[in-house]
Write a protein that binds this ligand. Structure first.
Ligand code: TRP
Ligand code: ZN
Length: 864
């Protein structure tokens, strides 16, 4: 484990300086062993600039065997070892270094560097894991050509993979086997990968548009080969889409994906050898939900798209992380929108942003998409860098328009291929390619916080002119923050529901470039007072605080031609009603206007079923909480459930007929709408519907239906609950991903006994702190998805979380740190809860051997 007792230091963007030396080539020999793995690294080093002869190669938790510089073995007086690096003198401007080290992957529970998962070797080097494999200049602006020789026991490790092309294989004199891989593309060490094990595989091929044949392989644990078809299809679709949409072709002869069951994140874009959390590869209709299928499609695409946005063009330093992540998330969002319902995809993207990024941006961990400092870079793989980063690219796309955006992207690829660059260089390429000025737009990279937009309108019937006065502010960015360049996509909806503006390409929407703290937009020849539909398609990641249409959301909910805003109108309407009910529970019931708008929605035959299901879903408890000064978790829960019940009892017949008419049909939309109806019906707690859910559970031929019905029973105390939970466990015991869902359902249940359930689940034989998916399925799911019990005023929920953080701090610091988030929201809760939450953060800070990861998050979370 890490033993660095020094207080963690902060790294600043302003301190960036290019390296004195670079490494042009590395020849890596990795001898895999059960006791230890021996790594021999031969480096070709070259001076880049003057500034002395001191060389510092990063290295952590390594056991140094020898170091040879320019063919001379150094004795221990000629180098200095610290817990972070090895230092020695450069003998000239161009020389070789050979370093031999030993590591113990089998003891690596942090899952960073080289580690073992289910008996197989694999790596995770982003962001700074390569330094746990060997000494190196482990920074993304050092790009080297990698040659990798893997040596091991062929019986144990018949599959031995690394980046690039397989050049040679054979037996060594001592009986061991070797594979030699050469990656012709220079790359930073974070993109290095190695996998070895007894894996099964499926193979396919892809012909690029210039006619090159690419071999596609997916490696999985034996027995899972039949669950790769969707991942393979998604990969081929991604490859085609990137050619068609961005003109980007794949560049090696082989593209490999490996699924592993122990992985800290979703997946990793290592050059030519992506490594995936098995959650984002393995699927069959029996074991994976429709949402899981979508997740696989988008993560496969995401990692594949990194080949151009991340690998061919990489980041100069880790402050530029959003350069590759924001852009690649935007690209995978575009892809998924093209492959599926674009409207539903956009709704889901925004829900995710609001659920994860808005709270981050409003809390003590707020940071700009380009942070200015960090203690531990692993802590900056955040919703802000990824999701808000993607929104920023989307705004650039909106401002430039499709064609100009493509010109800017083309120039970016042209100009920077093979380089490690900054977000500034990216924006400059967009400007130069499109001819459009983005000077003010750059503010989005440096301001934290979610901007607030206030709008007032005025209609002058005499002159037939309509105007909107728009004010923006970003409180989190401080009083002197410059106004942001915000693209406002809007339509004006007439009394009959039609768009009054022609809009761009006849869409009924126009785009305005807001650049002032306050400005007025005026429309002439408007024959009636319109209802404004603002921020269509969520054209900017802002909070619309005051909207002149608020009193008329029913109109937009029925008529808006922009599907996102149609959904949004329903959400705004629901939020308004729910907040009233929460404020004075005894006086306010769900208003009739909302009830009848909901009925009209159910009746509307013109809507896609999946969209209808999304529009039927009331805003989540956390999102409701975000609208309150002090989050009252119990009343929010109670009143949201009341609203659901009111709607369910009013429309019981309609909901039943929706259920019946979509049952048995085999499409994503049918399932989502049917299961949405089931959710409303079961909220009535009538035996008939409990039986319906039970029947659905036992007769489902797909995981979506199975999990939907199970989830409805898990929130009850009905005897069927135990029956189905036990059945599910017995049926799926041997499928870890399916059992993860079993943990999550119980962790997120709002039934009274849920706190005890989760506590008991900790000692369930299938619970395992070493497996991140399992930890997330129980602990993170509870803390992030069970507000009612996490915020128990006994403090049990908070303690449950901090106990786990302290435990995981030494096992897997990255995972431990990622769990803390919900405690950092203390400011938003009652004083009693605040004190309890802060006490747990303090307790975490006293953890023995506290990691940098946990220290940084817990410490910052206590700030105001
Ligand atoms: N670059 C990965 C992505 O596609 C993120 C990632 C995977 C990661 N594994 C990680 C980041 C481990 C930090 C640590 O988004
Ligand atoms: Zn990524």
């Amino acid at each position: 484990m890490t033993s660095s007792a020094a207080t963690p230091s902060t790294i600043y963007l302003k301190d960036y300086s290019p390296p004195l030396f670079t490494i042009s080539d590395i020849f890596l020999t990795v001898e895999l062993g059960e006791e230890e793995t021996r790594v021999t690294s031969e480096l070709q080093m070259k001076r880049l600039q003057d500034g002395g002869n001191q060389i510092h190669l990063h290295g952590e938790d390594l056991d140094l065997v020898s170091i040879t510089v320019a063919d001379r073995l150094l004795d221990s007086s000629e180098y200095t070892l610290s817990s972070k690096d090895i230092a020695f003198l450069a003998p000239s401007d161009d020389f070789t270094v050979k370093i031999v080290t030993r590591i113990k992957p089998q003891e690596n529970t942090a899952l960073e560097g080289l580690y073992k998962s289910s008996g197989n070797f694999c790596t995770q080097c982003e962001a700074e894991g390569f330094r746990k494999i060997t000494y190196f200049l482990d920074r993304p602006d050092v790009m080297a050509k990698f040659t990798t020789k893997i040596i091991g026991d062929q019986n144990k490790y018949p599959v031995m993979l690394s980046n690039g092309n397989l050049i040679e294989s054979g037996n060594l004199e001592d009986g061991r086997f070797y594979n030699l891989w050469v990656d012709p593309f220079p790359k930073p060490a974070y993109l290095f990968a190695l996998v070895a094990g007894d894996l099964g595989s499926v193979e396919d091929s892809f012909v690029t548009r210039s006619g090159r044949q690419v071999k596609l392989q997916i490696f999985v644990e034996k027995g899972n080969e039949d669950k790769c078809a969707h991942a393979m299809t998604s990969l081929k679709k991604s490859m085609r889409w990137d050619e068609e949409k961005y003109g980007r072709e794949y560049d090696l002869d082989i593209f490999m994906i490996v699924a592993v069951s122990d992985f800290n994140m979703g997946a990793m874009e290592n050059k030519g050898l992506n490594i995936f959390n098995s959650k984002y590869v393995l699927a069959s209709k029996e074991t994976a939900t429709d949402a899981d299928f979508d997740g696989i499609e988008s993560v496969i695409a995401h990692e594949y798209f990194h080949n151009w946005t991340g690998n061919r063009i990489t980041c100069r330093d880790w402050f530029q992380l959003t350069l590759k992540e924001g852009l690649t998330v935007f690209r995978d969002q575009q892809f998924s929108a093209d492959m599926n319902s674009a409207a539903v995809k956009r709704i889901e993207d925004v829900q995710r942003l609001r659920a994860a990024q808005f709270p981050e941006d409003a809390g003590p961990l707020a940071h700009p998409i380009q942070p200015q400092s960090y203690v531990e870079i692993n802590n900056f793989y955040t919703a802000t860098v990824y999701e808000k980063g993607a929104e920023v690219i989307r705004m650039a796309h909106t401002i430039l328009g499709e064609d100009n955006f493509r010109k800017g992207m083309d120039l970016y690829f042209d100009r920077h291929d093979g380089q490690a660059v900054t977000t500034e260089e990216f924006i400059a390429a967009l400007e130069d390619g499109s001819g459009i000025d983005l000077k003010q737009f750059r503010e989005w990279y440096t301001q934290p916080g979610t901007p607030e937009v206030f709008v007032e309108d005025q209609y002058d019937p005499e002159n037939k002119s309509y105007s909107l006065t728009i004010r923006q502010q970003n409180p989190k960015a401080g009083p002197n923050a410059k106004p942001l360049h915000i693209p406002l996509e809007l339509g004006l909806v007439g009394a009959n529901g039609d768009n009054l503006l022609t809009g761009i390409h006849g869409t009924g929407s126009e785009i305005f470039n807001l650049k002032e703290k306050e400005e007025t937009v005026t429309f002439e020849n408007i024959s009636e007072k319109p209802t404004p539909s603002l921020f269509r398609n969520f054209s900017a990641p802002v909070k619309l605080k005051q909207n002149p249409a608020d009193g008329n959301m029913v109109h937009l909910f029925k008529n808006d031609s922009d599907p996102f805003n149609r959904w949004e109108a329903g959400q705004r309407l629901a939020i308004k009603c729910l907040l009233d009910m929460i404020e004075s529970p005894s006086q306010n019931a769900l208003p009739q206007s909302f009830i009848s708008a909901f009925g009209d929605l159910l009746d509307d035959e013109s809507l896609e079923p999946e969209f209808k299901a999304a529009a039927m879903t009331l805003p989540g408890e956390q999102f409701i909480g975000q609208q309150m000064d002090i989050v009252d978790v119990d009343t929010i829960h109670a009143q949201r459930q009341n609203a659901i019940k009111t709607l369910a009892s009013t429309y019981k017949d309609k909901l039943q007929s929706i259920y019946q008419s979509h049952h048995g049909k085999d499409s994503v939309g049918d399932r989502s709408l049917k299961n949405s109806a089931l959710m409303f019906l079961t909220s009535l707690k009538e035996e008939e519907f409990i039986n319906l859910a039970t029947y659905q559970y036992f007769n489902a031929d797909n995981m979506t239906d199975q999990i939907s019905s199970l989830s409805r029973l898990v929130v009850t105390n009905h005897p069927n609950r135990e029956k189905v939970l036990q059945d599910y466990y017995a049926r799926w015991e041997n499928d870890a991903l399916v059992i993860d869902k079993w943990f999550t359902l119980q962790a997120t249940s709002y039934r009274d006994k849920a706190m005890e359930d989760v506590q008991e689940l900790l000692s369930h034989p299938a619970f395992n702190y070493l497996n991140p998916n399992r930890v997330r399925s129980l602990i993170a799911a509870f803390a992030a998805g069970n507000p009612r019990h996490f915020h128990k005023t006994s403090g049990d929920g908070y303690r449950f979380l901090s106990d786990a953080v302290i435990k995981l701090n030494t096992i897997n610091p990255q995972i431990a740190a990622r769990l803390i988030g919900p405690l950092g929201q203390w400011k938003r809760f009652s004083e009693k809860r605040q004190n309890l939450m802060k006490a747990e953060l303090e307790r975490i800070l006293k953890a023995p051997n506290i990691s940098n990861d946990v220290f940084e998050i817990a410490n910052k979370s206590l700030r105001n």
